[in-house]
Design a protein around this ligand. Structure first.
Ligand code: ADP
Ligand code: MG
Length: 622
């Protein structure tokens, strides 16, 4: 039975579905088939082998069937000898006996047959019982096979699901593989490109290495040359320094030859609305070299009205001739004026104290000369902004030679012998009195207490300071009429130069002084309370201006006592006058005939100063 089921099982597996096992065989009408001998059964015909028990049972049935006689119906019945006549009772009896005999035989045979059949039935029943048992066993087996099949089915289903899952996974993996393959292709392409680039770079590198090698030898060569040039440079630096020192010496000599005290006369032009002076009132005779020679002389003709009224003759004129280091007629430009003094600015950078004054009556052009006209016209810029620009640019040039310069500016006003800071801002304005004091005990250097000393490094900073000073003065002007004309303004710039490599230092002040108006008070004026103040102011101004003259004289005459302390102005400028200092005085003259007396006074004062010679200057070198 097991063997018979095996192929079925195998088939089930092969088909992928469980085929129902045909169990009808055991249900068939075994008895009827056995009772009707119809030849061999399907089980006997088929090649299939049945179990050993089934085979024995069926075999024995068949054997019995063969052994069993055929049915009497099928056996030919002895033909009756026709119908006996009713009368033939003997014949009929004979026939009936015959027939009975036949029937008896037949019954006997049937009994035998019945017996045989009974046996067969018994056998068949036994067989049926055996087959029932077998069937039960088979059904049990079938049930277990079904369970197995169901389990297998479940497993199969699980496996199918897994297969599907795996197929899906496989699909994703395949996609991934495709993508990776694509990526791989791209990377391969990239790799190729990179390899090409690498080759190119390697080629370049080789070329660069070759160039480097040749450059290195060139560098060695250049280093040698540089070393030689450094030596040469050092030598030339030394030479340059020597030359710079020589230049300074010669420059100073030149300035000394020109005079340590120089006086320039500047005549301002006639302004709009002013009367034109009579021709010949002011003359500017040429120098010996003709018109190309810069004028150094000035003639002023004054008509003596007093004498003419006495004699009633045409008023005689007296000519006053003056000679200065330079005379600037009315048309002279600010630029020309500055050109003449730029040499002094250089002297200040070289370490010589420099003092530039503007002297003259009010309205003669002192402020115009020193500061210029406010309004930003560069043509009209005065000496202070021009000097500053020159200083900064020369200092910049000299930095190439190893010099470092620093500048500190201050701007004060001396009015009625009191000092006021023109750079005061905010709360410092008018706070605390400014006094001139020694910077440190035992030091020669002077400083103004409560005044601002502002480090400057460019023109714009100086411009801002000048603007501030202008504003501070304007405030004062409202308080006291025209105070600016009645006070001295002193712009001081402390210049410090250092040549660190050679351990050289030079310090010098550059002073630009716009002096108070030099005019005297009209003696005919009646003295009201305002005039009294004016008189005091004038006396103070005259005293300080004459002190300036006396100081210059004393220095010129090499007197043992120089009256610096007689005025605040000379005291403040003490270190910039005399000795190693260079001084330049502008005498500003009005071109108007009405100002002739003041012009003469100014020119006389300036001439006296011009005659002074102050000893050989020494640079303030440390
Ligand atoms: P001060 O300072 O001596 O009192 P200012 O410098 O104020 O005199 O000059 C008086 C007037 O004359 C100002 O209006 C000024 O602009 C003008 N001025 C002075 N000098 C010149 C000059 N060289 N060229 C043109 N204008 C001048
Ligand atoms: Mg002025």
């Amino acid at each position: 039975m097991k063997e018979a089921l095996e192929p079925a099982k195998k088939r089930t597996r092969g088909l992928g579905a469980v085929t129902k096992i045909d169990t009808s065989r055991s249900k068939g009408p075994l008895l009827s088939s056995l009772s009707q001998p119809q030849g061999p059964t399907a089980a006997q015909k088929g090649p299939k082998k049945t179990g050993p028990r089934g085979c024995t049972a069926v075999g024995s049935v068949l054997k019995n069937q063969k052994l069993a006689p055929t049915a009497p119906a099928q056996k030919p019945v002895r033909k009756r000898p026709g119908k006996r006549p009713d009368w033939d009772l003997k014949g009929q009896l004979c026939d009936l006996t015959e027939e009975l005999k036949c029937y008896r035989e037949k019954t006997q045979k049937l009994d035998q047959e019945n017996q045989g059949l009974q046996e067969q039935l018994k056998e068949a029943q036994e067989q049926a019982a055996a087959l029932g048992t077998e069937r039960n066993t088979l059904e049990g087996e079938l049930a277990s096979v079904r369970t197995q099949a169901e389990q297998c089915q479940q497993k199969l289903e699980a496996l199918c699901a897994r297969v599907l899952e795996l197929e899906e996974w496989l699909g994703t993996k395949e996609n991934l593989i495709q993508e990776l393959q694509k990526e791989q292709l791209e990377l391969q392409e990239e790799r190729k490109a990179l390899a090409t680039r690498l080759e190119e770079q390697e080629r370049r590198l080789q070329a660069s290495e070759a160039a480097l090698l040749s450059n290195e030898s060139e560098v060695v060569c250049l280093r040698q040359k540089t070393a030689a040039q450094v030596t040469l440079l050092a030598e030339q630096g030394d030479r340059l320094h020597g030359l710079e020192m020589e230049r300074r010496r010669l420059h100073n000599q030149l300035q000394e030859l020109k005079g340590n005290i120089r006086v320039f006369c500047r005549v301002r032009p006639v302004l709009a609305g002013e009367p034109t002076p009579s021709p010949g009132f002011l003359l500017f005779p040429h120098g010996p070299a003709g018109p190309s020679d810069p004028p150094t002389r000035l003639s002023l003709s004054r008509s003596d009205d007093r004498r003419s009224t006495l004699t009633r003759a045409p008023a005689p004129t007296t000519r006053h001739d003056f000679s200065f280091d330079r005379v600037f007629p009315p048309g002279s430009k600010q630029e020309e004026v500055f050109e003449e003094i730029s040499m002094l600015v250089q002297s200040a950078l070289d370490g010589y104290p420099v003092c530039i004054f503007a002297y003259g009556q009010t309205g003669s052009g002192k402020t115009f000369t020193m500061e210029g006209r406010p309004g930003g016209d560069p043509q009209l810029e005065g000496l202070i902004p021009r000097a500053m620009r020159h200083l900064f640019s020369v200092a910049q040039e000299m930095s190439g030679q190893g010099w470092t310069y620093s500048f500190v500016a201050s701007y004060v006003e001396i009015y009625n012998e009191t000092v006021r800071d023109l750079l005061a801002t905010g709360t410092r304005k008018g706070q605390g009195e400014c006094e001139i004091r020694r910077a440190r005990p035992g030091s020669e250097e002077l400083t103004v207490t409560n005044a601002r000393y502002v480090p400057v490094s460019c023109e714009r900073e100086v411009e801002a300071l000048l603007h501030l000073a202008h504003q501070n003065r304007a405030v004062a002007r409202t308080a006291q009429n025209e105070r600016s004309s009645r006070s001295h303004s002193v712009f001081q710039l402390q210049i410090s130069g250092e040549h660190a490599a050679r351990g050289l230092q030079c310090v010098a002040p550059l002073n630009l002084v716009d002096l108070a108006g030099s005019e005297r008070l009209d003696p005919g004026l009646t003295l009201g309370p305002g005039e009294r103040d004016r008189l005091r102011e004038t006396q103070s101004i005259n005293s300080s201006l004459s002190t300036l003259g006396l100081v210059i004289m004393a220095l010129s005459n090499k007197e043992s006592h120089v009256p610096y302390r007689n005025s605040k102005l000379t005291y403040l400028l003490q270190n910039s006058l005399g000795g190693s200092a260079k001084m330049l005085m502008f005498v500003n003259i009005s071109p108007l005939e009405e100002n002739v007396s003041e012009s003469l006074n100014s020119l006389r004062f300036a001439s006296k100063v011009n005659q002074c010679v102050i000893g050989t200057a020494q640079a303030n070198k440390k």
